[in-house]
Design a protein around this ligand. Structure first.
Ligand code: NI
Length: 169
């Protein structure tokens, strides 16, 4: 099932999501639906709050279907190690049409659980590092625009308000 993507302005995006304690078929179905919704929206990462579900699960595929092993599911993730810095443009499916330069660690390790509840660690560099940290941020109610200047953030907020008024958001 393809879910519509929740856009910036919806409070679900700015509250911490609830930990997942049950690892069952329902959770597996949610992960499948999240991949489907992410691919349909042409994204490389998606967190459950972005489909209106305030639970700590995110999916990532920075290869966008190129590599069948590129699919990553993170349940209850936390960032346990970061290294270096890299500034690159970043976007978010919940803020369509906007992109900004964001400085992130170059290398990131996330500890999470898989769909069976087993603890896993995923380490990524560059785009994968960015995705690991961006999606974990989502589960803490944080969007990438909290990492840009207040001036740029206010500009985006103003544009979004205008789009909402025009019924185009
Ligand atoms: Ni995002």
């Amino acid at each position: 099932m393809i879910y519509p993507i929740v856009k910036y302005g919806d409070p679900v995006l700015e509250k911490p999501a609830a930990p997942i304690t049950t690892f069952d078929d329902e959770l597996r179905k949610l992960a499948d639906d999240m991949f489907e919704s992410m691919y349909a929206a042409h994204g490389v990462g998606l967190a459950a709050p972005q489909i209106g579900i305030s639970k700590r699960i995110a999916v990532i595929d920075v290869t966008f279907k190129e590599d069948p092993n590129g699919k990553i599911v993170l349940v209850n993730p936390e960032i346990v190690h970061t290294e270096g810095k890299l500034t690159s443009t970043e976007g978010c499916l919940s803020l369509p049409e906007f992109r900004e330069n964001v400085t992130r660690p170059r290398k990131v390790t996330a500890r999470a659980q898989d769909l069976n509840g087993k603890t896993i660690e995923v380490t990524g560099e560059e785009l994968l590092a960015r995705a690991l940290i961006h999606e974990t941020d989502h589960l803490n109610g944080k969007l990438y625009i909290s990492h840009i200047s207040a001036l740029k953030r206010d500009m985006i907020k103003r544009k979004v308000r205008k789009l909402i008024k025009q019924g185009e958001w």
